[in-house]
Design a protein around this ligand. Sequence first.
Ligand SMILES: Nc1nc2c(ncn2[C@@H]2O[C@H](COP(=O)(O)OP(=O)(O)OP(=O)(O)O)[C@@H](O)[C@H]2O)c(=O)[nH]1
Ligand SMILES: [Mg+2]
Length: 331
Amino acid sequence: MKKIISLEKPEKLVETALDRAAGRTSGLGDREFLAEKKITTFSNYLLESIDKAIRATPTRESMSAFHFELVKTLESEEKITTIRNHFLTVRRLLAYRRRDAIKTTRASKVGSAKIFRELIGRSASIMKSLGTTIKEFNSLQKNLKELPSIDAKLKTLVLAGYPNVGKTTILKRLTGSKPEIAAYPFTTKKLNVGYFEQKFMKIQVIDTPGLLDRPPRERNSIERKAALALGLLPGIIGFVADCAEQACGLEQQKGLFAALEKEFAKKEFLVFLNKLDISSEEQKKRAKELFAGKNAVEFPEEKAQEIREMLWTILYREEKRKALEEKGWEN
Ligand SMILES: Nc1nc2c(ncn2[C@@H]2O[C@H](COP(=O)(O)OP(=O)(O)OP(=O)(O)O)[C@@H](O)[C@H]2O)c(=O)[nH]1
Ligand SMILES: [Mg+2]
């Protein structure tokens, strides 16, 4: 993610720029040199502040598709572009004022104080136009802090399934450790994130309570965007099925699976048949029949290592194929 900063009000920025310039009034050098130094110190402080804001404003090009999609849950892309463009315009105007003031100083031997005063006046009014934009920028920055710290480059298993089916249990089974809790920007709910390593490769596992645990039509617009973002992570979706039907009936679970499969048509799915230790033979049989042809695997606790290896194979088969191809070997 980008660095998060906050920008002071325009008047304050101008004030600081003036303070810096005041420190440049004495010292060695001829008058013309000192006058120029004052101008550049003043203008550069403002320009650098604006530059920092431009760099900190999220753009589609500067971050992963996943993170940019999440940013869009906070603010519309159009609004963010408007903020950035305003900074860019102000930057251009301030740079023009700086150039003009230096040129005028060099051309006239006298009146450098007047030139500087004019520069202050013009720059201050250009800055003043930024008032609302700075407020909007700061509030976006504050919200950006709340975005979950997920590595969008890592191969990821995103867990889905009705509440209480065992998603968090499976996250712990796979990663062994206590999951890290990451904040969602839009709800009081938290994301659970864990990692495991298989054949020297790190794999990320994400459990998303309150998001992929009910039919897509029940989500609000922010949740829809967040779900869309999750779909942009590289990797697969692991649908957890409660075969003991404690959470809800298997048929209903299959219904949610079908809806998610449709929503994330481009993603590969895996079904984890869970709670087998407390399921009846009939339930196990029905679960297998319902999820036949859907990459369904039984996932009792003792199979964790086997599943980790399987996930590695699925997530890295493309890389493996390419590597073999480069060596000129048949796969
Ligand atoms: N017997 C048995 N219980 C399980 C199994 N997996 C999960 N559970 C239990 O089922 C309950 C729900 O498990 P969680 O892992 O919290 O389920 P979840 O899907 O994360 O639930 P939410 O976070 O509410 O969506 C807990 O009491 C678990 O101990 C299993 O394989 N066998
Ligand atoms: Mg949970």
